[in-house]
Design a protein around this ligand. Structure first.
Ligand SMILES: N[C@@H](CCC(=O)N[C@@H](CS)C(=O)NCC(=O)O)C(=O)O
Length: 214
């Protein structure tokens, strides 16, 4: 039985943060497929009672611990492994600042945009899509500016802030209808740097459920 178990599915960038971290630290882990689309599993009373009352993936099981919220999972794994860990109070607070900004404004808008474009029935209302796209452009420009002067979000080495922020950014450009790595050159170069880390894998390789059963 592997040490860690991760509830996830391939299309979830939120879950990808945790899956990527587990792979990058060389953890002994296995994914547990959550049938989000066809089965609506995260909306079932059973999932909410047994796995996560918030009705979300990712959920990490480690011994008697069951953790949700990717920022919490990343922090836990960084503390345990000593890898990708922000050092000292200033870096810890800075990493948390970017993780919250990411959850709310970067991937917090990209995730719903991609969901409404590819998977929702009916697809997203054009006015909603235009609103989200405006927020996405504004947030990605902020990240791009940050990365103009640094190799990684906190400085010259990768931390959990980077692993959080790349959540949806490796999914194919046609799933968004725009090419993030080309539009934002500093983001594109940073994604290449993360991709070069030993253990990196694409979300569709790392988590089960691709192609999706809709
Ligand atoms: N802030 C959470 C977001 C988790 C999240 O929204 N996961 C999505 C899948 S990508 C989900 O399970 N959504 C179910 C729902 O909102 O009903 C995290 O970072 O873990």
């Amino acid at each position: 039985m592997p040490e860690y178990q991760l509830y996830c599915f391939a299309q979830s960038g939120n879950a990808y943060r945790a899956a990527l971290m587990l792979n990058l630290i060389g953890a002994d882990w296995q994914p547990t497929f959550v049938d989000f689309f066809k089965g609506g599993e995260t909306r079932t009373p059973k999932y909410r009672a047994d796995v996560n009352e918030m009705g979300e993936v990712p959920v990490l099981v480690h011994g008697s611990k069951k953790l949700s919220q990717s920022g919490v999972i990343l922090t836990y794994l960084a503390e345990r492994s000593g890898k990708f860990r922000p050092d000292g109070e200033d870096e810890q607070l800075e990493a948390l600042r970017w993780i919250i900004f990411d959850n709310q404004k970067v991937n917090g808008f990209l995730g719903p945009y991609r969901f409404l474009k590819n998977f929702a029935k009916p697809a997203g209302d054009p006015a909603v899509m235009a609103f989200l796209k405006g927020r996405i452009d504004s947030s990605l420009a902020i990240v791009d500016k940050r990365l103009a002067a640094r190799a990684f979000v906190l400085g010259d080495r990768p931390t959990i802030a980077d692993i959080s922020l790349c959540a949806y950014l490796y999914y194919p450009a046609d799933e968004f209808g725009f090419d993030i790595a080309h539009t934002y050159a500093n983001v594109g170069a940073w994604l290449d740097r993360i991709k070069a880390l030993p253990g990196w894998k694409h979300p569709y390789e790392l988590m089960p459920g691709y192609p999706p059963q809709l």
